[in-house]
Design a protein around this ligand. Sequence first.
Ligand SMILES: Nc1ncnc2c1ncn2[C@@H]1O[C@H](COP(=O)(O)OP(=O)(O)OP(=O)(O)O)[C@@H](O)[C@H]1O
Length: 228
Amino acid sequence: MNNKVVLKVKGLTKIFKEGKDSLEVLKGIDLEVEEGVSVAIVGTSGSGKSTLLQCLGALDTFDAGSVEIDGENIADLSEKQRTQMRNRKLGFVYQFHHLLPEFTSLENTAMPLKIRRVPAAEAQKRAEHLLAAMGLEERVDHLPSQLSGGERQRVAIARAVCGSPVCLLADEPTGNLDRETAVSVFDYLVRLTRDEKLTLIIVTHDPELAARCDRIYRLKAGRLIAEK
Ligand SMILES: Nc1ncnc2c1ncn2[C@@H]1O[C@H](COP(=O)(O)OP(=O)(O)OP(=O)(O)O)[C@@H](O)[C@H]1O
């Protein structure tokens, strides 16, 4: 496979300092992920999965190493450029959906395009397409309060994908759902990112869900170990 590398991480090191104590959570992480590939990051609680995702998403600083997203080294960017890079190139999904309660599924999904001033008709078409891909064609005009937990997460995923990022970072996106719903939402997520040729980095506790991704890495003692 000769696909373009979207995410390139070299020697990523993160140390939390508290007074005289310091905790080296990431000890020189190396990772390269190509376009359209899904990667699960697993590991015990406290192993640093969320910290790694925060560093990849330019939401936290790190102490050594480099993170390149779609050819841009985040260390070379100003705070403003970093925000722009996040908005253009990254999508985020969390355990909690963070949908705006007064907006419908369609409006929530189209929000990243609205912020970019994409014409309304074009934004609506893209949002409708993504909601249909997430099995929500009957729920486009519903408010978040009128949706089930699984449906809300599916809208949150459609919104994260709507602005056509190159990479989607997901932190336990099904962690709040019952088993059956979690499996269904996870499958929608993996399928959509594959169809959209998005690189997916997903943190999960669940080995069965992780197995649905192309690659699996275990974060242990600050290092990434390939499991698949
Ligand atoms: N801001 C912070 N200051 C100090 N220590 C922190 C900070 N954030 C995280 N840590 C510590 O870093 C370690 C890794 O935390 P992190 O949240 O990344 O783990 P995780 O693998 O995502 O855990 P979980 O699966 O429970 O969410 C933990 O020991 C945590 O206490």
